[in-house]
Design a protein around this ligand. Structure first.
Ligand SMILES: Nc1ncnc2c1ncn2[C@@H]1O[C@H](COP(=O)(O)OP(=O)(O)O)[C@@H](O)[C@H]1O
Ligand SMILES: [Mg+2]
Length: 246
């Protein structure tokens, strides 16, 4: 609103990057592979928990992941192995958001790809996160310091190419700009890649995945920062080309 250049995504891209339901709707509209999911409103949950749990058991089964639709850092995210855990997990997620998403649980490796650019974004090499827990929960992300980052991920080249292609497709479809980290699941049994989410404000310390992926792709930290600033100025200049009255 102040018409000042800034690094990173605009309003729409940032909002889509937060909302796991709308993000998935965009992904499926361009045929990016996503895991099966269901979304419920908190009010529906309070009114008819048994019906909702029946539907989840019928359509997704166990294990499944329960999350607040708008959050992150694995806060409020739980894996449910049975009906008792499912009920508890939905109650927890409903404390954080009025929308709750439930996804089929995948037995997977977790891959991440960094994207940099505006209208012609580039994708980095692919990295892997090896969570120190049963899944990449808050503790594994920030507390126990035992999760491993492997760059580049030891995966077939065709899989890495597929991840990079999907990362760029997602970036453009969600109207992102500047930067995003795009996260994937690689199903162990099938080798199938699923896109999980984009993070429009990825961790950004020197040891975080986003800068590490660019380092490994030949773009050192300071040059990456320069590039981000250039991209902000470029997008701002592009916006100045718009007429604002007839
Ligand atoms: N459908 C799923 N199948 C398997 N693991 C999942 C699934 N959804 C989430 N996870 C696990 O939970 C973690 C956090 O979920 P995610 O959707 O990335 O939420 P956040 O926005 O909090 O990072 C993932 O990194 C992964 O370890
Ligand atoms: Mg995540």
């Amino acid at each position: 609103m102040a018409n000042v250049p800034y690094v990173g995504c605009g309003v729409l891209g940032s909002a889509l990057g937060m909302d796991k339901e709308k993000m998935k709707m965009v992904f499926s509209s361009i045929s990016l592979p996503i895991v099966d999911y269901l979304v419920y409103r908190r009010n529906e949950w309070v009114r008819s928990p048994e019906t909702i749990m029946d539907a989840i058991e019928q359509h997704l089964g166990y294990s499944c992941f329960v999350k607040p639709v708008n959050l992150g850092s694995s806060v409020g995210v739980n894996k449910a192995h049975n009906r008792g855990e499912l009920e508890h997990a939905i109650d927890v997620a409903a404390e954080y958001d009025r929308k709750i998403i439930i996804e089929r649980g995948i037995n997977c490796r977790e891959l991440e790809c960094a994207v940099l650019g505006n209208d012609e974004p580039l994708a980095s090499v692919v990295g892997e996160v090896e969570a120190s827990n049963e899944f990449y929960d808050y503790n594994a992300k920030y507390i126990d310091n035992k999760s491993q980052v492997i760059i580049p991920a030891a995966i077939p080249q065709v899989t890495a190419e597929e991840v990079r292609r999907q990362a760029i497709k997602a970036f453009l479809a969600l109207d992102l700009s500047g930067l995003a980290r795009v996260d994937f699941f690689l199903e162990k049994e099938t080798g199938q890649v699923y896109i999980n989410e984009v993070n429009t404000l990825p961790g950004f310390t020197e040891i975080s995945m986003y800068p590490k992926l660019w380092e490994a792709s030949g773009l050192p930290y300071s040059q990456m920062l320069d590039r981000l600033i250039e991209l902000a100025i470029e997008r701002h200049a592009d916006k100045q080309r718009n007429r604002t009255s007839r």
